[in-house]
Design a protein around this ligand. Sequence first.
Ligand code: FAD
Length: 489
Amino acid sequence: MANNITLPPNLQHKIHTDADAIKAASTDYGHIITQIPAAVLFPSSIEDLKTLIGFSFNSSVPYTVAAKGRAHSVRGEAMATNGVVVEMTSLSKNGSNMIVIGGDKASGFYADVGGEQLWIDVLNATLQKGLTPVSWTDYLYLTVGGTLSNAGISGQTHLKGPQINNVYELDVVTGKGELVTCSKQANSELFYAVLGGLGQFGIITRARIVLEPAKTKVKWTRMLYTDFDTFSKDQETIMEVNKNGSGEILNFLEGQLLMDPTSLDFYPLEDRPRIASLIKQYGILYVLETASYYDDRTKHSVVDKKLHQLFKSLSYLPNKYSKNVTYVEFLDRVRADELVLRKKGLWEVPHPWLNLFIPKSGIQAFNNGVFKNILLKQNFTTSVVLVYPMNRNKWDDNMSAVIPDEEIFYTAGFLDASGFNNWQVFDNKNKEILEFCDKAGIKVKKYLGFHDSKGEWINHFGSKWKTFQDRKTQFDPKMILSPGQKIFN
Ligand code: FAD
């Protein structure tokens, strides 16, 4: 018994109710929401998850269960008020769920990976065999189960699709406590439900991830623009060129706003005064960011020639900035920022983030109304803001993830960090952005989003709502799983 809920007696020694365990499960990377669970499970096997969920399912008073990866959500998505939080990473500490690589050149390589594994560990393990996953997030200290519950996007998405599109097979413990293996061929309804499914249908205990041969080095390039239309046109040109078969050359495409003249570390010292003065003059510079993978077997002259051809067709300001780094340095680039911020005590602070998908038809209006007006005029110039396009045809509409209804759409990520007393200022700015989009008729979809009411969730899912709801009834009929998303609970 913990806080009036009855838990499986045979899990007693793995269930913690002490203050430290409860505190750690009551907060997340957002540091905005606190929800107190009744107990925390530290599982050592998948059997433990089946027991925990099965016991709740068969009880006349079911308790809720939230899988917690690294709680890198920002609005309590991995929490469970008066329910049970499952510390998924306890599975890998126990060594029960290792990374196993299989397949062959003809049928494709894959890695069988526990849902609790961190992507950085998947990278390190697969590289030992000269292989790598194909689609990433910008930051790798996230769990496989956590990103597959959302989508998992980054600069590879335009080319390879999101991480959810690069999975062959899953093992899932459903809301009935049953362990089911699913794929496009077997139990496909569960497979599609879980991918992008916000943890609503089951806990992912294993994912079979698509791999390809890894390169060892990366040419990482940034180009600057003063004009948004030219910037976004060039981003789309790169997408188009890649679509037409030159994907070997540019493997990564992102973009970001540059509004802070003191954040120019990427650029050579001698160019910084010029860039700072451009920021002063224009308010915003748009940074187009690309990466091209290569290795010792790749002939530099060939890569450089192809890159030169492609870059020649773009209209960036004079000077582009390139670095040659290792493949791991590139993929793990956010870790360095994390370590600096941790040292300064600026990592464990509130993160009032907003991530949106914006249909191409609205992106110019979005630039004028949001970037130039709301951000610049209100002086949100130190915010990290990402903006880059992707193709709808790289996503699978059967999956639960929701994207705009246009062939090309952009993601914009407003990745603010604030003080504990002023996160509402950023939150109000985010609300203003959403209100602007609403008034301007820009049909944005939230990514990693929270919604305040069931009505808003129904609106978010749109034509997918009925399927989402039917799948919930099928796989988690007692609404046990992921209550922190506040969709059904
Ligand atoms: P959690 O936050 O612990 O969980 C998220 C949700 O998934 C919860 O509802 C939880 O119950 C559920 N869940 C967790 N594990 C499982 C499982 N095994 N099975 C089923 N459900 C589960 N996202 C991107 O797409 N691209 C990025 O580039 C990116 N960069 C990021 C950078 C930083 C610094 C941070 C903090 C986040 C970033 N994210 C990015 C967001 C990230 O994908 C989400 O936070 C995601 O939830 C992964 O975090 P997590 O593993 O900690 O999952």
